[in-house]
Design a protein. Sequence first.
Length: 429
Amino acid sequence: MIEKINQLSVKIYEKIMGEKITPNIFVFLKNLKYTIFSYGIAALCVFSFEILAGRKLGTENYGKYVLSTIISLFLSLLTTMGITIATIKYIAQEKNQLTQKKIITAAYSIVFFLILVMGAVICFLSPLVLRLFSVPLDIFYTAVFFTTCFSLYSLATDILRGLSEIKKLSLFRVAYGLLIISFLIIFLFFGNISFKTAIFIIGFSYIFIFFLTTISIRKYFSFSVEWRWIKELLRYGVYAMVGGSLLTFLPRLGQIFVNKYLTISDVGIYNAYYLSSVSIMIFFYTTFIVVFFPAASKYKEKGPILDKIKKIIPFLFFYGVPFLFLTQWIILKLYGSDYPINYSLMFLFALSGILIFIYGLYGWLFYSKDIWGAKIIASSTIFVLVINIFFNTYLIPRASLHGAALAIIFAYLIGIFFLYLFQKKLIEQ
């Protein structure tokens, strides 16, 4: 069975790329196979969790749960400062285990410090944050708890990516998926759940995987912190925070504006469409980037990688849009009658998912270059953020949920064009 999967992977690669597979590409595809399998199991658990929670909580409470997770993604920019992304890049580049120890020790020290300091600052500035996101206090404090858990989980698992411990990472990802669905079933069996219960389940699972991962990489810890690596991680991390982290947060931004201009029930409906389309594509994108980013960071020449990305793009549109249209129809049916099916909205969300995937591929290739590439993505993503905010503000009051989907499409089209203008310099740099 495994041999047949390997042969199929080779055939698909050679068909799309029009070239024979090399040993390095074969290793890449082998690691990608592990992540697709493990992240696929975890994704099934996550989708089952979301659907069960969405049905049980109803659109309003499910909307509160969604808002908590979105706010936590934004706050996690402050508690990680892009350090986890910088850690992947520098660990992947360094072959010396002693140097890797220094990088990992520095990363842990910075993130723990940021969680304590930024956590205190965020709580102190809670009135400002509450006005910014238009949410009550219970959602805010739930988001702060979730931020801490997510930041620690990201730190530990991204270090595994940098170390190319793909098998171990895959195992922990499966464990995470099984944990959240198991705990949800237990809570549902013994009684009703609230949006806080759903957040607690995910947060606890994050912390559990963080401890397991930390124990598994304990040999990479040092008792001394080297300031050189703290400076280097922070220097790259600032740009990674703006660009790389916003790549995760940006697609969810529309939900904040839906809450501002529409109702919290609309947030729940928006998330059902988002989960059944954009999240599906982000799953494939994330699974690919898990292996792609550390692998691309090892190569100085980016031209051949860029050529391969260009060959993938037509297949994404041709097969991706119909596939996402179908997944939306199936998953929305599973959500229940409270979540209406709108075919034009389904098409817009399907197209959004493809554009996010393409922008992400280009983005992480630029990040794998050096500080110059990180600066380009930081600038581009801020540009996309501003455009996205403008279109959300203009379109949602006029076109409701269709406006939110269109805001994603317009913003990412402009972002992709922006990166296209710099691709020649990417190869020449």
